[in-house]
Design a protein around this ligand. Sequence first.
Ligand code: SAM
Length: 294
Amino acid sequence: RVTSEDVATPSKTKEILKRHDLVLKKSLGQNFLIDHNILHKIVSAAELGPDKGALEIGPGIGALTQQLAKLAGRVLAIEIDQRLLPILGETLEPYPHATVVHGDVLKLDLPELFRQHFAGVDGVSVVANLPYYITTPIIMKLLEEKLPLENIVVMIQKEVADRMAARPGTKDYGSLSIAVQFHCEAELVTIVPRTVFVPQPNVDSAVIRLRVRKTPPVEVADEAFFFEVVQASFVQRRKTIYNNLAARFFTKETKSELETLLLANNIDPQRRGETLSMEEYARLSSALLARGCK
Ligand code: SAM
């Protein structure tokens, strides 16, 4: 339900920015949402409720934060730009269960913030319109720190969303697809036109939902080494899996062993990294680990 406090309209957003004499910073990815349909799609995808928590990264002037606070029992919003704090104080005034923390999400101790703000909450989701210049580092930090998350519902650059959700054998499939899909089930929620932001960004956007898995879809003995093998396989996309892995893990003298190892694992050495499934990468990394390639 849209209420009179809601800031996500073009006129309210412009009025607030003018009253606070605020010039938005491109360098911080400040493109604010001004469309209630899109906000509604984002918050619905997050499956919030009074017993749930929401972590927002980059609340801006609070357009999404207000909608999260209407649905979730606890909201924590992390904002880097100090100039926005007094505005957030105003826009979130009706929602005492929403807290703003000032800081850089990439530097903050998120497990500690979770302990402080989400104790007793039955499941937390990240819901955000992310600053596009650091989308991948933010997602990787959330996943690698193994925070107890249910969903990650984020608005990101469409091209990055396509890469996160890509299936093997497509042009968008790469190490980011595998990293994300190892930890989550990825699903594109909606594509978003540039016109719903102030100012308009010069890229297309999409909302993606990542349902965080309780256990990975494939078994790997050494997670760090699994990702090392995946990274190595995409170093030169146009090269074969054989050439990429030989360059990373073998010498001129030992190279022929790689061909035998690939064939023994039912992987044609002439295939390219972008055609291998996550199961095949799991098999491959176990074989390389057993061969002492770590
Ligand atoms: N949530 C608001 C909305 O949807 O209108 C604003 C989204 S805007 C795309 C991104 C926000 O992230 C900005 O408010 C920006 O200041 C903030 N931001 C940028 N870098 C950040 C960082 N490293 N840590 C926390 N917030 C950051």
